[in-house]
Design a protein around this ligand. Structure first.
Ligand SMILES: *Cc1c(COP(=O)(O)O)cnc(C)c1O
Length: 358
């Protein structure tokens, strides 16, 4: 028998979250962002579950786009980071992958090829990570014309730095920089919105939105959980209780003896740890649940197990399943306790944890 440590994936909840994104996309079409193995949920099953709903997928790199084709799906796949070598561009043309180009080097690769893919241009509207500066766009368009590659251009993409914070003025500022930069080139598509932008009431959504985290039920907004935004958890991370014991007052539990019982405490060991991707930075008082009752972590997370205080679940017994995050304990709550975001927790679940789909 394999251990029952498992990430259960609710594909119906994923589909309902996609519908929520569509309802919030203000008439834009929605490409489903399924990079990083579908945010840890499994890119094949996730993309297949969205077949018929999502007209396009978006991933970071070519390997991820191939994984979508390997599941038999034929939708266009946007490569958000473009390609890393000239040889990859031909594959894009053959496979219907749409790279987003952010550099003159990538454009020069286009020049040498006969078979060219449809592609996007990344505009740096202020995040200063990737993309052409607005002042460079006229030159880029000139170069594309000169090498007769302008016909493949689908449109422009930009990415927001602070959309998770509804108070920040930067999203509106970036939108305005982007609109101005692209206004000289009418008739091309535009795409700006990540998940967070779907929760800004006045955000222009243009032609295509690009939600990622919200499809998986994680919150894209600072200070709000996914369920508070009307999103459903998709992943339920579960592991069995493999031991229970009474720890007398004054004794410690685990590495570093960092947690000391202030009273006699019934505790349990759960078969999951940072070797499974559960965050080691989740300290004492991080919530978990057993049989629908909330409990808390105590002491340090080990590689293969972690300790919980069973005071809140007096009937819990060896073999019971503990929910590390899911419907009772939100992934955003655990992320806050670990000093991170749900994105990192979901994508961090390792291959040791089987994904089970329903
Ligand atoms: C990852 C990514 C997205 C999706 O972001 P979420 O915050 O997960 O919605 C959209 N666009 C680009 C360019 C990305 O890299």
């Amino acid at each position: 028998m394999p251990r029952s440590t498992v990430a259960r994936i609710d594909l119906d909840a994923l589909r309902r979250n996609f519908q929520t994104a569509l309802n919030r996309a203000g008439g834009a079409q929605v490409m489903a962002v399924v990079k990083a193995d579908g945010y840890g949920h499994g890119i094949g099953p996730v993309a297949s579950a969205l077949d018929g709903l999502a007209p396009k997928f978006a991933v970071a790199c070519l390997e991820e786009a191939r994984a979508i084709r390997e599941t038999g799906l034929v939708q266009p796949v946007v490569l958000l980071q473009g390609v890393h070598a000239d040889a990859d561009i031909e594959e894009c043309a053959q496979q219907g992958f749409e790279p987003v180009f952010h550099s003159f080097q990538q454009l020069s690769w286009l020049e040498r090829l006969e078979a060219r893919p449809a592609f996007w241009l990344k505009v740096n509207s202020g995040m200063n990570r990737l993309g052409f500066h607005p002042d460079e766009l006229a030159g880029v368009m000139g170069k594309l014309k000169a090498i007769s590659a302008d016909k493949g251009l689908l449109g422009f993409v930009t990415h927001f730095a602070c959309a998770d914070d509804p108070e920040s003025a930067m999203t509106a500022q970036q939108t305005s920089v982007f609109e101005q930069a692209t206004s000289a080139f009418p008739g091309l598509m535009k795409s700006v919105a990540n998940s967070a932008a779907h929760f800004h009431p006045d955000q222009p959504m243009f032609d295509w939105s690009r939600p990622g985290i919200m499809l998986y039920g994680g919150s894209p907004m600072v200070g709000k959980t996914g369920p508070e935004l009307g999103l459903e958890p998709v992943m339920s991370l579960e592991a069995p209780l493999i031991s229970t014991r009474m720890v007398p007052a004054g004794e410690s539990v685990g590495y570093g003896a960092s947690w000391v019982a202030d009273r006699d405490t019934r505790m349990g060991m759960v078969a999951i740890g940072y070797g499974d991707g559960y965050p080691r930075h989740a300290g004492t008082n991080t919530p978990a649940a057993i049989n629908g009752q909330r409990i808390r972590l105590i002491g340090r997370v080990s590689m293969d197990m972690l300790a919980v205080d069973l005071t809140g679940a007096p009937d819990a017994k060896e073999g019971d399943s503990v929910e590390l995050w899911g419907r009772t304990v939100g992934v955003d709550e655990v992320a806050a306790c670990a000093g991170t975001i749900s994105y990192e927790l979901m994508t961090g679940i390792t291959g040791r944890v089987p994904r089970q789909y329903r």
